[in-house]
Design a protein around this ligand. Sequence first.
Ligand code: ATP
Length: 446
Amino acid sequence: MQVKYLTDLATLVSLCKRRGFVFQSSEIYGGLNSCWDYGPLGANFKLKVKLSWWKAMTRRTDIVGLDAAILMHPMVWKASGHVDGFSDPLVDCKSCKTRFRQDTAMVDGKVICPNCGSKDVTEPRNFNLMFQTHMGPVADEGSIVYLRPETAQGIFVNFDNVQVSMRKKIPFGIAQIGKSFRNEITPGNFTFRTREFEQMEMQYFVKPGTDMEWFETWKKTRWDYYKTCGIREEKLRFKEHGPKELAHYAKAAFDVQYEFPMGWNELEGIHNRSDFDLSQHMKFSGKKLEYFDEASKEKFIPYVIETAVGCDRLALAILCDAYREEVVASGDGDGDTRVVMGFAPQFAPVQVAVLPLSKKPPLQELAMKIRDHLSQKDYDADYDESASIGKRYRRQDEIGTPLCVTVDFESLEDKKVTVRHRDKMTQDRVAIDQIETYVKDKLANF
Ligand code: ATP
C-alpha cells in the first residue's frame, strides 16, 4: 500500500480545524497571534497526552505529583534568575522592519533577516520573556507579579513540603503539569511555539555525585516513553547542548528532538540542574532546603535531574506523526485515497464508533444501546448515523478512531455486529455480548 506522511504543517492545521482538534483563538475577531483553542476532539486528545505522561511519572513509587499556582511570590523569579536573565536578544531589520531573535538568525557569524535577507539590522536589545501583571487594586511597582514562565519553580519551592508530608527518601521526584507563559519574540509553526502553553515537568532529586548516573537513566527512561507513544523511532533523536548552549543553571543537557515538517526541533529537555535552584531559594528565602540522609547521617542540598516537555508540543508531534494518506484498494470506504490519523489507541479521542447501517429505528436503538454500554465501561464511544457507511469509515479514519462497530439488519437476528479495524481495514463478526471484551483486547493489542 502506498503511504504518504505529513510534509507540511498547513495540511495538518486544516485537518485540525475541519475535524475539531484545534481552532484559532478568538477567530471571529481575526484571531490572536500564536494563541490556539483545542476543540472537542483536541481537548480530549490533549487530556490523553497529559494522562499518558502523568501515569508514566506518578505510577512509580519514587515520584509524586504536584499542582502549584501559576502566580507565585515575585522573589521566586529573582532567585531563579528569571527577572535578571530570562531574556532573548531582540533585533529589528532596518529594511523590512521584521522583529526577530538574534540567536535564531545567525549565518556564519552574521545576523541575516529571516524575512528579507538584509544584513542591516539594529543592535540586539535584551527582551525579558516574562509576562507581568499586577496583584490587587493598585497597579504600582510593589504589586508586580509574573505569569510563571516554567512550572519547575513551583516544585523547587515545595521541595520541603513534599518531602516531609510524603516521607520521601532521596532519590525521589516531583511531577507537575501546568500552564506556562512566555512572551516569545517569534512564536509560530502552529502550536509548536506559543506564548501560553502547557508544560509537563519532573524534577528528580538525587544525592550529589550520583547525578550523572541519574541523568543517563532518565535519558533512557524518556526515550523508552516516547516509544510507547507510537512515534516512529527514526523521527526522534537526542541532541546534546554544547557548553555555549547550556542554560545558566545546567551542568549537562540533552534535548529529545522530533523531526517536525519544518525540521528537527526540541520536544523535551533533559537537564542536570545541579543544586542551583534549591541553593538559590535557600539564599533568597532564608529557609533550609537541605536533605538529611538518615542512613549515612549526611546533610546535603540535592542535585536535580529535570525532564521538561511541552504538552502542546508533544501533542503536535503525535499529530504530525499520526498523519498519513493511503492509497487503498476499493471495497472499503469511500474513494481510493484515505487520510488516517494513526494514533496509538491511548491517544485516540474516539476509541470506538458505533454505526447503524441505516436509519431504521431498530438499528438505531441497538447501535445506541451498544454505544451507551461501551461508554459506561469507560470507552470514548461515538455514534454516527449520517451518510453512507463508506463515508463514515473515512470520517472515523480521519480522526484516528481505532475501531468501528457496524450494526446491520442481520445483527437483529444473529445478535452479532461487524467490527472494522482502522489500520488493517479487516472486519470481524463479533457477538454483541462479547463486544466489550473484544474492544478491550483489540485496543490493548492494536
Ligand atoms: P526553546 O529553546 O525552544 O525556546 P527552551 O529550551 O527554552 O525552548 P525549556 O525551558 O527547556 O524550553 O522548556 C521545556 C519544554 O517546554 C520545551 O522542550 C518545549 O517542549 C516546551 N516549550 C518551551 N517553550 C515553549 C513555547 N513557547 N511553546 C510551546 N512549548 C514550549
